[in-house]
Write a protein that binds this ligand. Sequence first.
Ligand SMILES: NC(=O)c1ccc[n+]([C@@H]2O[C@H](COP(=O)([O-])OP(=O)(O)OC[C@H]3O[C@@H](n4cnc5c(N)ncnc54)[C@H](O)[C@@H]3O)[C@@H](O)[C@H]2O)c1
Length: 257
Amino acid sequence: MGRVSGKMAFVTGGAQGLGEATAWMLAREGAKVTVTDINGEGAEKVAGAINAELGAGTAFAWQHDVTDAERWQTVLKEAHDAMGGLNILVNNAGIGSLGSVEDETYETFRKVQDVDVDSIFHGCKYAIPLMRDHGLGSIINISSIAGIVASGNYIAYNTAKAAVRHMSKSIALHCAKTGGKIRCNSVHPVFINTPILDRTKEMFGEEEALAKLGRQIPLGKVGEPDDIAYAVLYLASDESKLVTGIELKVDGGISAM
Ligand SMILES: NC(=O)c1ccc[n+]([C@@H]2O[C@H](COP(=O)([O-])OP(=O)(O)OC[C@H]3O[C@@H](n4cnc5c(N)ncnc54)[C@H](O)[C@@H]3O)[C@@H](O)[C@H]2O)c1
């Protein structure tokens, strides 16, 4: 028996990076998994690889831009029907942008809020009614340590990820009050080695980029995708059935400073 055996999960931004690692982790631990991404081919590739290793019918894929509220409703319904229900929603898709309040354009600022924050509003709004029919449910919103610790040149991302943290608490309290079967928590990763770091690697070279980022973290190194996938697994499973409205920091100690 896996830690999420019999559960049905929906992971956004699952074509690569943390979403891909999370989809694999949940599937290995016994869940059926829907992988969605704006990159539909990438999502299909991940679902195909999971099915090849763990058996047909374990994973499903949809092309899905999380900023599209109508598409959320269609894809959630189709995934729900394909998997036979819905218990776990991982709002993982996200983008960053480097820029201070003086440098950043309003257009990019809005875009980051749209992808990182508004998408979670849409996802939770339409997933919660579907999740209520299927036993205990868990929503996990991927924020960032940047949602807790600010930086001068991260105005759009800091704002978005802080909003995800507080939005998750509001959703947790709403769900607690309306039946108590669904929990909602946020996860706050520090730098993790995924394609999101590609720009930094291009600027400094891979080894130096990872070393440079690692020096900012008390534990001394950048994380691996499974460091986050394990945190999601805990929150997704019934092991955390008393845990709601928390911010789970997976940050190598950076926020302790
Ligand atoms: N890797 C890190 O260092 C780190 C640290 C803190 C938080 N995070 C957060 O973790 C999440 C995943 O990050 P990652 O490192 O895997 O990034 P990534 O760039 O490797 O992957 C993000 C995925 O999201 C998809 N995506 C982007 N916009 C989308 C949209 N509008 N609709 C649907 N899918 C979309 C991309 O196609 C991609 O597959 C993000 O929310 C990110 O902010 C990452």
